[in-house]
Design a binder for this molecule. Structure first.
Ligand SMILES: C[S@@+](CC[C@H](N)C(=O)[O-])C[C@H]1O[C@@H](n2cnc3c(N)ncnc32)[C@H](O)[C@@H]1O
Ligand code: SF4
Length: 380
C-alpha cells in the first residue's frame, strides 16, 4: 500500500544563483545579484510558511542550486534562521549545503557550522585547470583545494566532491589523475557523473555544430568501470549509479528520492512530492516571487502518481541504488509482488543480462548500470 499518509521528513531548498553559468549545466540558475537574492530569500520564507505544518520533524535538509554558497554570510544566516523558525529539525538530521569552490570563506563556513550544517558538497568536476576553464568553471584547482581545506579547518567532517567524466577531449589518463587526486583528499563521499549533453546549453550547441569532441562510448564505459573498481578498492561503497561513500556516509537525503519517498521542495523550479502528488514550482524567478507576494504556492505543475505510474517510478528509482529493489518493501508498499506488474520486463532484462536477482533484491548488473538511462525508457 502507498505510504503517502506519512508527512515528509525531508526538505529540498533551491538557491538558483551562480556567479556565471557553466557551459554544460542546465539547472535552473540565474546570475547573482545581491538585491534580487534578498527578495528571493524573502519569497522563500513565505513559501516556508505555506509548508510549515506539512512536515514531520526533518531528518534531512538539502540546500542545493545553483550555488547556495554564493550568498553572503548574512544571507546564509538569515536562510538558516528562517528554516529553524518554520520547521522542526531532528537532532541527528543530515543538513547539506552545495558549495562552489571559490565562493566560501571562513565567515560563511562559521555561519554554516553554527547553524548545524553538517555536510558540504563541493563541485570540483576535474583536477586540471585547463579542463575547468573549458567547462566555464569560475575556479581553478588551487582555489578548490583552498576551499576544501578551509572546510576541514572549520571541522566539517562529511564532505562530498562532485566530479564529471567523459568530458570533451578528456583522456583516460586525465580522468585517472582527477580520481587519484580526489581520493588523496579523503572525502567521505564522491559523486562521479558522466557528462550529459543537455539541450539549451552552450556545450550542446557546440557539440551539434561538431566543435566538441566527446570520448567514444567504449572509453566512457571504461572510465565508468575504472571509477567503480578504483573507488571500491579505496573503501568507498558504490551505492548508487554515480555515488560512492565511505561506510555510513551515504547521502540520506538522496536515498529519500531513490526510495520514492515524499519530500518538500521549495524554491524556484524546485520539485516536491507530497500527499501522493508530485509538483514542480514555477521556473521563472520573477513569477515565483510574484506568486509568493500574493501568498500563493508557486506551483506550476502537479501530477498524482497512482497505480502503474507509481510502481514504475518506484522500480526505476530503486534500481538506481546498487542494492536494487527490495522485493519485500515493494510488496508491502503495493500489496502485490513486483512480478505482477513487471514480470515480462524483468524476464527480458534478465535475458539481456542487464538485471540479476540477488536473494531479496533485483539489481542491475554492471552493464545494466551503465545503460540504465536507456533501459529506463521502456518503463516510461
Ligand atoms: C546542481 S550542481 C550544483 C553544484 C555547484 N553549483 C557547483 O557546480 O559547484 C551539482 C552537480 O551536478 C553536476 N552536473 C551539472 N550538470 C551536469 C551535466 N550536464 N552532466 C553531468 N553532471 C552535471 C556537477 O557535477 C555539479 O557539481
Ligand atoms: S554546475 Fe553549479 S556553478 Fe555551474 S552553472 Fe550549474 S549550478 Fe551553477
Amino acid at each position: 500500500m502507498s505510504n503517502s499518509i506519512q508527512m515528509p521528513s525531508s526538505l529540498y531548498i533551491h538557491i538558483p544563483f551562480c556567479a556565471t553559468k557553466c557551459y554544460y549545466c542546465a539547472f535552473n540558475t540565474y546570475s547573482f545579484h545581491k538585491e534580487q537574492a534578498k527578495t528571493y530569500l524573502d519569497a522563500l520564507q513565505t513559501e516556508m510558511q505555506l509548508y510549515a505544518s506539512r512536515t514531520a520533524p526533518l531528518q534531512t535538509i538539502f540546500i542545493g542550486g545553483g550555488t547556495p554558497s554564493i550568498l553572503s554570510a548574512n544571507a546564509l544566516g538569515q536562510l538558516f534562521t528562517d528554516i529553524q523558525k518554520h520547521f522542526q529539525i531532528c537532532p541527528d538530521s543530515e543538513i547539506t549545503v552545495e558549495c562552489n569552490p571559490g565562493t566560501v570563506d571562513g565567515e560563511k563556513l562559521s555561519v554554516m557550522k553554527n547553524a548545524g550544517i553538517n555536510r558540504l558538497s563541493f563541485g570540483l568536476q576535474a583536477m586540471q585547470d585547463e579542463t575547468l576553464h573549458q567547462l566555464g568553471r569560475i575556479h581553478n584547482v588551487e582555489e578548490f583545494l583552498h576551499s576544501y581545506h578551509l572546510a576541514r579547518e572549520y571541522d566539517f567532517d562529511n564532505i562530498n566532491i562532485d566530479l564529471i567524466f567523459a568530458l570533451p577531449k578528456q583522456t583516460m589518463e586525465a580522468w585517472q589523475h582527477t580520481l587519484s587526486e580526489t581520493i588523496s583528499l579523503e572525502p567521505e563521499h564522491i559523486s562521479a557523473y558522466n557528462l550529459v549533453m543537455e539541450e539549451s546549453t552552450p556545450f550542446y550547441d557546440w557539440w551539434k555544430a561538431g566543435k566538441l569532441v566527446l570520448p567514444a562510448e567504449d572509453i566512457e564505459a571504461d572510465m565508468f568501470q575504472y571509477t567503480i573498481e578504483t573507488l571500491t578498492s579505496y573503501g568507498y561503497t558504490h551505492y548508487e549509479i554515480c555515488n560512492f561513500a565511505r561506510p555510513n556516509r551515504e547521502v540520506r537525503h538522496n536515498l529519500v528520492y531513490w526510495n520514492n519517498e515524499e519530500y518538500i521542495g521549495l524554491g524556484v523550479g524546485a520539485c516536491g512530492y507530497v500527499d501522493g502528488v508530485r509538483y514542480a514550482n514555477i521556473r521563472g524567478i520573477s513569477s515565483y516571487i510574484e506568486a509568493l507576494c500574493q501568498h500563493k504556492k508557486p506551483i506550476s505543475e502537479t501530477e498524482r502518481l497512482t497505480g502503474h505510474a507509481e510502481k514504475a517510478e518506484t522500480l526505476m528509482l530503486s534500481l538506481r541504488k546498487r542494492e536494487g529493489i527490495c522485493l519485500a518493501d515493494y510488496e508491502q508498499r503495493f500489496g502485490e509482488k513486483l512480478e505482477v506488474a513487471f514480470g515480462d520486463t524483468i524476464q527480458k532484462w534478465m535475458d539481456l543480462e542487464l538485471l540479476e536477482q540477488n536473494g531479496t533484491h533485483f539489481r542491475f548488473t554492471r552493464r545494466g548500470l551503465f545503460l540504465a538511462n536507456e533501459v529506463f525508457v521502456e518503463l516510461m
